[in-house]
Design a protein. Structure first.
Length: 226
């Protein structure tokens, strides 16, 4: 009998923490405060435009993540690993959703193959996965070091929306996951790929889609405010 596969989004699904905030705090605490402040001020107008609906919010979030990775140009692989561990320890893990993690752990106990699929940087996602067990797989936004040093643009395509769904399917050898968990409209391509979809604290768009399609919600009958 083929193994059962569950795929979990991370930010908003397994934790309310946000990688970009954790990375910013790490940079400020590790000798890169000025560089991060310049980055933040340069990108603030785009944030305001996205919040006002004048530019595409998801596209700008992706740009933010790619540009944020650029602050690690010249950093060593060891520095990246230290950053990843710090972000999980101080940002993502303290804000974890225990109710959703309980379901993930129950799957692990049954022998389910668990894959985390997220837009967060791969080293951060791997550090988060290690908190859950050595068998948990991580599929995040690529973040590369060449010969132990980060190049000018270390991040690949941000692993969200259709990119995430495609990479998950490739990771599973062309198969669809048995179950997928997500919290926002950008997770719809992944959720639609799965045989069973679970909307976790869903935003308005995902909540409405889940209601139309009869998808389960966590918490049961709940969701994010409209």
């Amino acid at each position: 009998m083929p193994e059962e596969v569950w795929v979990f989004d991370v930010e908003g699904t397994l934790t309310t923490g946000e990688t970009w905030q954790g990375v910013g705090r790490w940079l400020e605490r590790n000798g890169r405060r000025a560089a991060y402040r310049r980055f933040f001020l340069a990108h603030l107008p785009g944030v305001l435009l996205a919040k006002g609906g004048l530019i595409d919010k998801r596209r700008y979030q992706n740009k933010w993540m790619r540009d944020l990775a650029g602050l690690f140009a010249g950093a060593t692989a060891a520095e990246v690993e230290a950053m990843a561990a710090w972000v999980v320890e101080h940002e993502l893990w303290p804000q974890r959703r225990e109710d959703v993690l309980a379901e993930l752990r129950a799957g692990l106990e049954r022998g389910v193959r668990v894959v985390l699929a997220s837009g967060t940087f791969q080293p951060v996602l791997e550090a988060f996965a290690r908190r859950l067990g050595p068998e948990v797989e991580a599929l995040g936004t690529p973040f590369v070091c060449v010969d132990g040093v980060c190049p000018k643009n270390p991040a690949g395509a941000v692993n969200v929306a259709a990119v995430k769904a495609r990479r998950v399917q490739e990771h599973l050898g062309g198969c669809a996951p048995d179950r997928a968990y997500g919290d926002t409209a950008s997770d719809l391509p992944l959720l639609e790929l799965a045989r069973e979809a679970v909307a976790v604290y869903p935003d308005r768009v995902l909540r409405d889609a889940a209601a139309r399609r009869g998808w389960r919600r966590l918490p049961e009958g709940g969701g994010a405010p409209a």
